[in-house]
Design a protein around this ligand. Sequence first.
Ligand SMILES: Cc1cc2nc3c(=O)[nH]c(=O)nc-3n(C[C@H](O)[C@H](O)[C@H](O)COP(=O)(O)OP(=O)(O)OC[C@H]3O[C@@H](n4cnc5c(N)ncnc54)[C@H](O)[C@@H]3O)c2cc1C
Length: 438
Amino acid sequence: MKSWFNGKDLPVIGEYDVVVAGAGASGICAAVSSSREGKLTALVERYGIVGGNLTSGYVGPIMGGTSQGTMAEEIHRRLNVRPREVHDFELAKIELALLLKESGVDLFLQCAVADVLMQDKAKLTGLVVATQMGLGSILAKCFIDSTGDGTLAYLAGVPNEYGRSDGLVQPVSLMFILGGVATDAIYCEGVDPHVSVPTGEFTQLCKKACDEGVLPPRVNTIRIFHTGNPNERMINATQKNYVDTLSPKSISDAEADVRKQIQTILAFLQKVAPGYGDAYIKGSSSTMGVRESRRMVGEYTLQDDDIETGRKFPDVVVHNANFLIDIHNPNGGGQAEGITRRVPAYDIPYRCLVPQHIDNLLVSGRAISGTHRAHASYRVMNICMPMGQAAGIAAALCVENGITPRNLDVALLQERMTCLGIDLFGDQPLRYPFNPSN
Ligand SMILES: Cc1cc2nc3c(=O)[nH]c(=O)nc-3n(C[C@H](O)[C@H](O)[C@H](O)COP(=O)(O)OP(=O)(O)OC[C@H]3O[C@@H](n4cnc5c(N)ncnc54)[C@H](O)[C@@H]3O)c2cc1C
């Protein structure tokens, strides 16, 4: 059989009310929410697995918090997440796929968004996807970009920003899990409910080893977390700086480098860290992790000041978002601003999800509209999930009422979200760490 694409007319693979690009933390919540609102919904994912960083990225613990009642709680229950512990990636692979199936989402795996179809400069009509059968198209009335890289928005012509003012982004990393670790072997201690950092003598040992070339350049911080298995530890330590996180060549070079770093870090731990003598590599992320790339420019850009002052917005869709301004140093090791730079709980307004120029598109997850420093806080998964949920409900409402996201009455969206039990305006305590039993 020949390729679907005959060089002239793209075959239509499917036609939907809402199409979500990217099946990570925010895309799953977006697709499930749109489908639960009764809209025919497709989710398109370039890899052969759903979850994004939650699964194939080996990223955990799931960090950050928001107000009560969001889909993040449902996901935590399904993944049996325990406070300060990395979730079980194998369970996540199963549960997230089940969640999508039960919610009636049509899933297109191994299907990368490669281009867009436009009716005019402001309206998207479809995604051009690259499949093993060649190129095809998936049509829809409304679209959500949850690719993390803001790829769909970029292809549609939405302006975007990249990195901080000097053009650098946070370093890339490859996460891995060690087995064969003694039960009482060291791990990072919690400095607050949200995050754990390495402390004490071990921190100094890592810095010295990096200075002396025992550890790779700029790998001077080894963050160690518990998993559900007492003889395992999740390691967040490999890093490569100065990577262009949108360039296939730069990404490929970095992937090889950070993968090699795993063995050096293991050898270091085996030698200096009590309880790691028999440690071995149990598993690693199947793809290098990109912390930062494009941020699309929306109707409002969340400012540093909004985060630092805990600003509240009348068009809030994610309430009481809470996480540090956690900038992994773009041109060095460790954190750029220190790990304890806490901020008060802030709101994310709907306008940060609505891109400029394009009428029938929303963005959720780490590519929403915000500054480099604001992004460093809202990029964590517990905050990305409610963004996706809000985008999914908003898209469904737009299709229902035949309007564009820009013209959607936010009060209608907020009313629907409140009906679903999401606290958008209250002063209830933050829902973190979640208790999976409630
Ligand atoms: C190394 C590292 C460590 C981190 N540590 C933590 C942590 O400990 N805790 C925490 O909460 N957060 C952490 N983060 C941040 C967090 O994981 C991400 O910011 C978050 O997952 C973003 O969610 P998302 O849904 O926007 O994107 P992602 O989870 O990245 O999902 C995007 C999805 O879109 C797909 N996609 C991309 N492009 C296309 C395309 N063209 N076509 C089709 N599909 C596409 C991707 O394959 C992916 O499945 C870490 C990030 C990294 C990289």
